[in-house]
Structures are given as structure tokens and as C-alpha cells.
Design a protein around this ligand. Structure first.
Ligand code: SF4
Length: 359
């Protein structure tokens, strides 16, 4: 059943740090003051009305929830207790920093009905973390995950490839370390330079060069593929398009794209298309491609980019891409006068670290 999220964006509250990339207001449309109990209840009621009979979950995003004084955390969580008990709210999720979670904090969150905690990990390379001004190390991440899991709390981990000092190698090592912690889900945000951040100053001074969009897609494709193989869902890739980001003024540089995830998914499908097309005779006959119905647009690519590229680079023309409900999301089949060839992203694609074209 679809769960409706009731979001509260907590701007920098509880956070004594200024990470080089962070401008919470631009990223999240954060609120300037903590929401009052009545406001929390009103918003939950409004989302419940609009969700029909669906279940709602309350999320405190942004900032560093567990860095707030305990009394303020209680002010936010206490109004939800009756709703959690009655089932009107199915769960609460918060986001925070790895070094703001210890055993007492995890026990408190568990008692207050917090079901999911998202940790801003960003990297598991201590030098990259230091250059990003994070103020915590990779060891804090492992400790926080262990405490939260010990309380039965679901854990989501966020990574930011492309930070200062990062490379394809360190990004993939961070991913490997993250997957080894067996998170319940991940988000991957390739680093974007936002106005008003320290990163924007470094970029202007020429001492930081962000990934290009092409580099970020190439790297994130491999990261997504490895997460899929590890069966860890990646629930988001790339910054959520907001009005500010959409207007363009907030993004100074870097691989921002409003449909970043689709670019990555389309690249994976292109690689499988190339593999399946390798045995298609170059006799000019067109082929038909089948995939799961919800993946047709990923196979076609934005503005038919995958189909045009397949013709340009491989000499294979696709006459149609059809959704087949019998195929699962990673499956694909290519059919033509030569017969049918089937493939699967998980079993037929292999990427080595060297496949990533970024220095
Ligand atoms: S810890 Fe989070 S909220 Fe605080 S500055 Fe860093 S990214 Fe921003």
C-alpha cells in the first residue's frame, strides 16, 4: 500500500556544522522555525484527508534531528504518540548526522516510535569527509548504524559522490563500505554546487571542479548497479527538483538534472541494448525491444536518445519498444528476423572500476 509522507523540513536546527556543500534552504525549502505541536497535528490531518484511507508517515527531513536538545525532539515527537498508538500515523522518520547518534539517542528514538533514520554519510573516506567539513569520520557511521539497528530502527544511508578530494575509486569504496553495512535503503546525490555555499567559493576560486553530468551519470550507473546486486534499494538519485533549483539560480555548477535518475536508468538499459544487439546481423532489418511496462521510457531514453545512439554507434535500428507485463524491471528482449535474444541487467551487465571515465 502506498504510504503518504507528511514532510517537515527542519532548517539547520540542531546542526552546529557548515558542510561545504550545504545550503539547506535551497535544497529542501526548509522552515525557519520548528513547527509547533498544533501545526504538526494540522498538517498530519490535512495529509490524511487528502490520502483517503491510505496510511501516512511523518518525516522530519533536513538539519540534524538528533542534534536538537532532547526537549525539542520531544516537542516534535510527543504530539504524534496518540496517532502512532491508534495507527493513524504508521511511522516517523528523521534524518540526522552519524555522530549525533549514540545508544541513548537510539533508545530514545525507538521509544518515541521513530521507525526509520536516514544518515547523511556522504562518504566513507575520512579525507573526503574532512575536506567537506563534515566534522565526523567513517567510524561514526558504522557505530550509528549498529546502534539504530540494535533498536530495530530501519536505516537509510545517503552518499554524495564528487565531493572535494573524491574520485571514482573513493566513491566506489564508499559505496562498498555502505553496502557492507546492509542499509534498508540508500539515496545517492552527486555533488552539486549551490549558491551561498563554501563549495561555491571554492569553485569560483578554481580549487574545486565538480563532476560533469556525463561523469556523474557514468559513476552513478555503476553505483546503482552494485546496489541492485546487493539488493539495497536506491530510493532517490539526484537532488529533488524544487522551484529554486528549477529556476536555475540556485545551482552554480555541477551535475544537476531534474530527471537525473532517469538518465542513469537509461544508461543501464543502453548498455544492455548494446549487449543484446551485438548478435543482431547488420543487414538493415529493424528489431523490436520488449521490457517491463514501467521501463519503456528508460529503454527509449530522453528524446529517444538510446534509440538514436544505438543506430549511430551500433548500426541497429529499433522499430518499436513494447511493454511486456511478463518481464520484470531488469529484463529486456530484442526480437528481429534473426530470432529473440533476452537479457537482464543484473545477470548480463558487469562493470569494473575501470569502466568509469572520470579522473
Ligand atoms: S550536517 Fe547536515 S545540516 Fe549540518 S551543515 Fe552539514 S549537511 Fe547541512
Amino acid at each position: 500500500m502506498k504510504v503518504t509522507i507528511v514532510p517537515f523540513f527542519i532548517s539547520h536546527w540542531g546542526c552546529p556544522h557548515r558542510c561545504v556543500f550545504c545550503d539547506q534552504r535551497k535544497v529542501a525549502g526548509a522552515e525557519d522555525v520548528l513547527p509547533a505541536p498544533a501545526e504538526i497535528l494540522d498538517r498530519v490531518a490535512a495529509y490524511r484527508r487528502s490520502s483517503g484511507s491510505g496510511s501516512v508517515e511523518v518525516a522530519f527531513y533536513g538539519g540534524s534531528f538528533t542534534g536538537l536538545p532532547r526537549g525539542e525532539q520531544e516537542l516534535l515527537l510527543k504530539p504524534l504518540q496518540p496517532l502512532l498508538a491508534s495507527g493513524e500515523v504508521s511511522g516517523v522518520r528523521v534524518s540526522t548526522r552519524p555522530d549525533s547518534v549514540d545508544n541513548r539517542c537510539a533508545a530514545f528514538l525507538g521509544r518515541m516510535g521513530v521507525a526509520t533514520v536516514e544518515l547523511g554519510v556522504q562518504s566513507l573516506d575520512d579525507r573526503v569527509l574532512e575536506l567537506a567539513g563534515r566534522g565526523h569520520s567513517a567510524a561514526h557511521v558504522a557505530a550509528a548504524v549498529s546502534e539504530l539497528k540494535g533498536e530495530g530502527i530501519r536505516v537509510g544511508l545517503q552518499l554524495m559522490p564528487g565531493l572535494p578530494g573524491d574520485s571514482a575509486e573513493t566513491s566506489l569504496a564508499s559505496l562498498a563500505g555502505t553496502l557492507a553495512l546492509a542499509p534498508d535503503f540508500m539515496r545517492i546525490y552527486p555533488t552539486v554546487v549551490l549558491v551561498g555555499t563554501r563549495l561555491a567559493e571554492l569553485f569560483a576560486a578554481g580549487s574545486y571542479r565538480p563532476l560533469t553530468l556525463q561523469q556523474a551519470v557514468a559513476l552513478c550507473k555503476v553505483m546503482l548497479h552494485r546496489a541492485m546486486l546487493a539488493r539495497v534499494p536506491v530510493i532517490r538519485m539526484g537532488l529533488q527538483p524544487t522551484e529554486d533549483l528549477g529556476q536555475g539560480g540556485a545551482v552554480v555548477a555541477g551535475p544537476y538534472h531534474p530527471a537525473f535518475r532517469q538518465l542513469v536508468e537509461a544508461e543501464l538499459r543502453y548498455d544492455l541494448l548494446v549487449r543484446l544487439a551485438a548478435e543482431v546481423p547488420r543487414d538493415g532489418a529493424a528489431v523490436e525491444v520488449s521490457c517491463s511496462p514501467d521501463r519503456v521510457s528508460d529503454v527509449v531514453g530522453q528524446r529517444r536518445s538510446n534509440l538514436k545512439r544505438l543506430l549511430r554507434e551500433q548500426g541497429v535500428r529499433v522499430s518499436a519498444v513494447r511493454g511486456d507485463p511478463l518481464l520484470s524491471s531488469p529484463d529486456m528482449a530484442v526480437a528481429g528476423p534473426h530470432g529473440v535474444r533476452s537479457g537482464n541487467i543484473l545477470t548480463d551487465l558487469k562493470y569494473s572500476d575501470k569502466d568509469i571515465n572520470y579522473v
